[in-house]
Design a protein around this ligand. Structure first.
Ligand SMILES: [Zn+2]
Length: 77
């Protein structure tokens, strides 16, 4: 069985290297460099995974919990 030349995997192409090498990306909102796996920009809070899965970032739950606790404390005192 023979393979076509374009099917031989000689290793990572320059495109693959660039893809795996770029662990950071530029935030479309504030142009700040953020990590590629970051769901929300630490600089401006913009959701970076807007396209595709719309999973809720963990910090929203933390912020909501803190806000609820703060409201309860304000009501009590
Ligand atoms: Zn940003």
């Amino acid at each position: 069985m023979t393979r076509h030349d374009d099917e031989i995997d000689e290793g990572p192409t320059p495109e693959d290297v660039a893809r795996f090498d770029s662990v950071t990306r530029t935030c479309p909102g504030c142009k700040e460099e953020v990590y590629d796996d970051t769901a929300v920009c630490w600089q401006c809070g913009r959701a970076l995974d807007a396209e595709g899965d719309a999973k809720t970032p963990m910090w929203i739950y933390v912020a909501a919990t803190i806000a609820m606790a703060a409201i309860v404390i304000i009501i009590i005192f």
